[in-house]
Design a binder for this molecule. Structure first.
Ligand code: AQP
Length: 334
């Protein structure tokens, strides 16, 4: 069976962007067709400063979010990255395969390091190399992610190809990014040109998975839009990023296409469409947040689930690391 891997950083609360662009799609891929491995990437999170107590809480809350959204920890492997040391070990090998120039071209590096690159952590620079290790330590072939991760996945392919070429082997697979659906890029509710993000200073820019019904309704009501009604075709949304974003969110939440949303709501003013969207969002999200809160009442159980997941993950990762070391000529690898 082909193997799916994906991860999310426990660097803050989950947003609607993480849910629609990632977790909901992880749930959809769970089933007999794939072996699914999902990871809370705490080693990635610390590439920018994380308060230790917050990191602990965010990791548990993220795990609760996965389970509440429908990931079954018996069927999928669910764990936090630091507990499977093979990720960091393969990451080091990949640091020696990848080139500085490749990393320098990454737009996420440029965005997150900002003007003062000299002051960014070395880990932030090497982030995509560790991400390649996350995926390839399982020989995963399918990686569901949001649009923003496309460039990192191309780099993962480049690393696999260079490793295979350098050592004259056909060892690491070439991974396929799975970037599908209406919500691969959920935008900020305040600015239709910016990604919805957990680190945006404005809480009104995003819907958090822990927001209550009133907060969700308020944020949707206040979401920036233009004054025109919804058009009767999707083309009519071309230069209207905020309107397009709300249509996409509606489509992803309702599991229908953006075309269908337009067909059902053509000609509506936002004064009418927004309350429908808010009702839909509350109906889909509140069962998840209620279940998250219930799971968070028993952190010891969450920790047990993560520990079991890490043990299962290591069973796959350890032999692949050993073979990698053997290919590289490390004494003691076999
Ligand atoms: N707005 C989004 N739309 C669609 N998908 C998104 N993802 C994140 N934001 C959106 C997808 O969620 C997965 C996990 O992301 P992450 O938490 O590891 O990193 P990120 O992309 O950096 O998330 P944030 O919310 O933007 O965090 P900060 O603000 O800390 O940078 C990925 O598959 C991502 O594509």
């Amino acid at each position: 069976t082909p193997r799916v891997f994906s991860g999310i950083q426990p660097s803050g609360g989950l947003t609607l962007g993480n849910y629609l662009g990632a977790i909901k799609r992880f749930v959809d891929m769970q089933g007999p067709e794939f072996e699914t491995i999902y990871c809370m990437v705490d080693l990635h999170a610390i590439t920018v400063w994380q308060d230790p107590a917050a990191l602990t809480r965010n990791t548990r809350e993220l795990c609760a979010g996965f389970i509440a959204a429908g990931i079954d920890p018996e069927q999928s492997i669910l764990f936090n990255q630091s507990q499977v040391p093979e990720h960091a070990q393969l990451g080091w090998i990949f640091n020696c395969v990848a080139r500085m120039g490749w990393m320098q071209r990454m737009t996420q590096w440029k965005d997150k390091a900002g003007k003062n690159q000299q002051n960014a952590s070395l880990g932030l620079f090497a982030y995509p190399s560790l991400m390649a290790a996350d995926i390839l330590i399982y020989h995963a072939t399918h990686v569901p992610v949001g649009e923003d991760q496309k460039q990192h996945l191309e780099l993962t392919r480049d690393i696999a190809i260079k490793f295979n070429n350098d050592f004259g082997v056909d060892f690491f697979p070439i991974t396929e990014p799975v970037i599908e659906g209406a919500a691969t890029r959920v935008m900020s509710l305040r600015d239709g040109t910016k990604k919805m993000s957990k680190s945006d200073p404005s809480d009104m820019s995003r819907i958090n998975m822990t927001d209550d019904a009133d907060a969700i309704a308020l944020k949707i009501r206040k979401a920036r839009t233009d004054p025109d009604p919804l058009p009767d075709t999707l083309e009519g949304l071309e230069d209207r990023p905020e309107a397009r974003n709300l249509v996409n969110i509606y489509a992803a939440l309702a599991d229908i296409s953006p075309e269908q949303v337009i067909a059902e709501h053509a000609g509506q003013q936002f004064g009418t469409f927004k309350p429908s969207l808010a009702d839909l969002a509350v109906a889909k999200l509140s069962p998840i947040s209620t279940e998250m809160a219930r799971l968070m009442d028993d952190p010891a159980e969450i920790d047990r689930i993560l520990a079991r997941g890490a043990a299962r993950a290591r069973e796959i990762a350890a032999p692949i690391l050993r073979q990698t070391y053997e290919i590289a000529g490390m004494v003691g690898a076999v």
